[in-house]
Write a protein of this length. Sequence first.
Length: 162
Amino acid sequence: MDKRIAICPGSFDPITIGHIDIIKRAAAMFDKIIIVVMKNINKTGSFSPEERKEFIVKSVADIPNVEVDIYGGLLADYAAQKNACAIIKGLRAMSDFEYEFQMALTNKKLNPNVETIFLTTSTENMYLSSSMVKQIASMGGDISDFVPPVILDEITTRLKKD
Ligand code: PNS
């Protein structure tokens, strides 16, 4: 039987423990997960796609069925290329829903072979976002509860304003 592949797409600028929670839960449901760093046209990045990928690779080293990639095109095309049956997205609150719903419907139109599956975030991560992490770190705050320990020092140093 074909392996069941799911894509976890995102900006991951940078990856947080909220992302890790969703990735781990997805990895338990599929044969293979491909985490892909993509471009969100509504966001300007703090880290390059290569840096974000590096942070993710370090953070998911203990999950065996996970790969990490970068892609500059459409998610629907990427899912087709990788023969993925699902796109996994985390939902934090109703405020995420409208935009995510629109993306899911658009991706379904572009690639009818892929389903978008929403995983509800764990309650402790409901408030967490990469932009919050960046704001806190840039003002000298402690982000140790928000990013994977293995990348904490690197992220803290990189985001701290002189
Ligand atoms: O972590 P984010 O910023 O919520 O992720 C959004 C992302 C990067 C998955 C989305 O912007 C995306 O899919 N970008 C790739 C380009 C694309 O396919 N756009 C059309 C989406 S309907």
